[in-house]
Ligand binder design. Sequence first.
Ligand SMILES: Nc1nc2c(c(=O)[nH]1)N[C@H]1C(S)=C(S)[C@@H](COP(=O)(O)OP(=O)(O)OC[C@H]3O[C@@H](n4cnc5c(=O)[nH]c(N)nc54)[C@H](O)[C@@H]3O)O[C@H]1N2
Ligand SMILES: Nc1nc2c(c(=O)[nH]1)N[C@H]1C(S)=C(S)[C@@H](COP(=O)(O)OP(=O)(O)OC[C@H]3O[C@@H](n4cnc5c(=O)[nH]c(N)nc54)[C@H](O)[C@@H]3O)O[C@H]1N2
Ligand code: SF4
Ligand SMILES: [Mo]
Length: 748
Amino acid sequence: MTNPEWRPTACILCECNCGIEVQLGGEGGRELLRFRGDKRHPASRGYACEKPHRLNYYQNGERLLKPLRRRADGGFEEVSWDTAIREVAERLARARDTWGGASIFYYGGGGQGNHLPGAYASSTRRLLGSRFKSSAIAQEKTGEFWIEDRVLGTQTRGDFEHCEVGMFLGKNPWHSHSIPRARVTLKQLAKDPARTLIVVDPRRTETAAMADIHLQVKPGGDAWLLTAMLATLVEEDLIDHEFLAARARGLDEVLEALRGVSIADYAARAGVPEPQLRDATRRIARARSFASFEDLGVQMNHHSTLVSYLHRLLWLLTGNFGKPGTRFSMEQFVPFATGANGKRSPVAGAPIISGLVPCNLIAEEILTDHPKRYRAMIVEAANPAHSLADSARFREAMRALDTLVVIDVTMSETARLADYVLPAATQFEKAEATFFNFEFPDNYFHLRRRLFEPPAGPLPEAEIHARLCEALGGFDDAALAPLRAAAERGLEAYGLEFMQRVLSDPALRGLAAVILYRTLGPALPPDAAEGAVLLGLAFRFAMRAGEVLARAGFTGPPPVAALALFRAIIDTPTGVVFARGEWSDVRPGTPDGAIQLALPDMLAELAKLAEPAAESEADDLPLILSAGERRSFTANTIIRDPAWRKKDPDGALRVSPADAERLGLESGGRARVTTRRGSLEVTVEISDTMQPGHISLPNGLGTRPAGSGGGERIGGVAPNELTSIEDRDPFVGTPWHKHVPARLEAIA
Ligand SMILES: Nc1nc2c(c(=O)[nH]1)N[C@H]1C(S)=C(S)[C@@H](COP(=O)(O)OP(=O)(O)OC[C@H]3O[C@@H](n4cnc5c(=O)[nH]c(N)nc54)[C@H](O)[C@@H]3O)O[C@H]1N2
Ligand SMILES: Nc1nc2c(c(=O)[nH]1)N[C@H]1C(S)=C(S)[C@@H](COP(=O)(O)OP(=O)(O)OC[C@H]3O[C@@H](n4cnc5c(=O)[nH]c(N)nc54)[C@H](O)[C@@H]3O)O[C@H]1N2
Ligand code: SF4
Ligand SMILES: [Mo]
């Protein structure tokens, strides 16, 4: 029986978090049966793609129901929550007392749909003195953040709804989305004869197939392509001098670096016809507005940091910043990208960007005898044993730890390596939210209410961290009585008490998250209790961005506006506009307020592009493997059961017709793919969307059910069995997953 009531929530399968409505049914009403886009949602406005229709595979997949502890014989045993919390707290406190809190590493904190675990973990980490952390962001976006922070001092995004020319660089938004209502926006761009869609991708992706201009770059050729485009701007004087004179510095150095470039040579090295490249460049320069998006195809590739810089020069030299249809910066509820702060990782001394240690260094910073190596780790809402480069090395690193604690809904590849596994409630069994607030001019925040209670066993992360903090002796429950009493008197009374007792007390401020959950949580509607931490965040937001908050209707002194915002978030289960930007707000946040066009280290990198191509490193690995493509039924490892995938059940390796013929491969046949790091059997799909020399595997597949013997059909392979941690950007350590030298052999 399906309950006819439509309940608002959000899709958790990509960063867009489209608002959806669901009808529940099945046993105990715990199945997600029917779906539709939620028209009330401020950003998605009724839009959703095909994936949430099969979200029940997440909710009712293989679950963890009891805390697990590793036995001496290597297996797991179930233990009570009391035992698990006590022992985890003891072991982590012992690690802190023996090696220092900095030896306790934190990984994750949330994925595509859930960022509240990380917010609550801040309290536990504070008590443990844990200083270093990372997440998937540090294997994709940290290079872009670092460059953007230096050039602009603010984080920006493209306004694709209004641009005249839109460009996607190493990004396939038809499948990967990342912009609101992606397919609607793409169709409008492609269909309108006055507008132009440009795609830069070695593969004729679904997006490239719709494009007006497809620059079918050679794998890894983007730095030459972008440099040739920039040199075209200089040679043909397509530069917006007026814009730059008013807002930028460093133009002369940049022009100097670009003048010597041979456009014909660089176009050839990029594999793109020079006339097409010039045509695309002119189209961009002459447009009233140009928006663009770079993603994993370039961010997980050679020259990734340089490409982020060149990409910025392309829209800055053409004056495409700070006006409709170009690039905007938005006020986020919790700021996402914060650049480098001068801190370095303890063993390798790598730069920490946005507070994150580069993912590719984690295993190295464990597998060493360096005294500052990480000794213990908490992994929460992430699956690094599957998602980080070189899974074998990562497994080895996890085994070398004194203590690994994993908090997950399922027995992930990472959980299997843990000393303790703590079962979490799913994202529909608790209130959840993300801080992916990238909209403009109206930016929204959505606290989804829980749809039903968790089964006996799993707990929301808020509860797990509150218990851990209590076991660590973080606060005395009696000291919280005045806060609890205030919560019963109402939100205003609570807000006052919270400011006086918690925010003004350095010892308690760091524990604000769990204190809010323990004291305000019980006074909130039960299906929104995990939203308690948002009050603290609302206070911070109101202090920082009162003006955009007021424009969104939350006026008054910061505490008053913060309380009003918090109340609206709790009371509106379909999402709230919390910031209303204006184009005049969009300006550089650099110390002198000017755009910094010339970054000396990047200009030095640019100059190196002129060097002759290095000898191919290995003749026996002649192909380039893109390990981890987004397809219609992939969603990282959020959904593990291969049955959810309606198409491409084996997650086939795509290969061009020319390579297939040369190697004697057939569609549906089997082949062996080998890299420097590993070798796997795959199913082949011959695809004329691939260019010769380039092969591609999907992301997030090859997950096995817990306790499986390994012989069963699992649907696809795990790409990071094939990648190496050494293949990474020299500046920020991001991996080169899209550019793995490989060879392919038919299997009879
Ligand atoms: N369906 C689905 N959607 C998702 C996700 C998912 O798992 N499944 N994951 C979400 C997440 S976490 C992210 S970060 C985004 C990522 O979104 P995208 O970055 O769009 O995802 P990918 O498919 O990994 O890579 C994009 C493109 O890079 C191209 N590429 C490979 N090599 C090169 C190259 O040398 N140069 C250029 N220019 N392009 C190259 C590939 O052909 C591919 O089309 O997607 C999000 N959306
Ligand atoms: N080779 C290669 N590797 C890649 C990529 C690639 O393109 N190629 N892409 C990279 C990118 S961009 C990303 S974003 C990462 C993604 O990699 P990760 O950040 O590791 O994310 P997921 O694989 O989605 O793992 C999320 C985990 O959270 C668990 N989970 C789900 N809901 C909850 C919950 O409510 N609470 C808790 N505690 N846990 C929950 C899931 O069961 C799963 O184990 O992969 C990266 N890895
Ligand atoms: S675009 Fe992303 S968030 Fe929206 S429905 Fe599709 S997978 Fe879900
Ligand atoms: Mo990602």
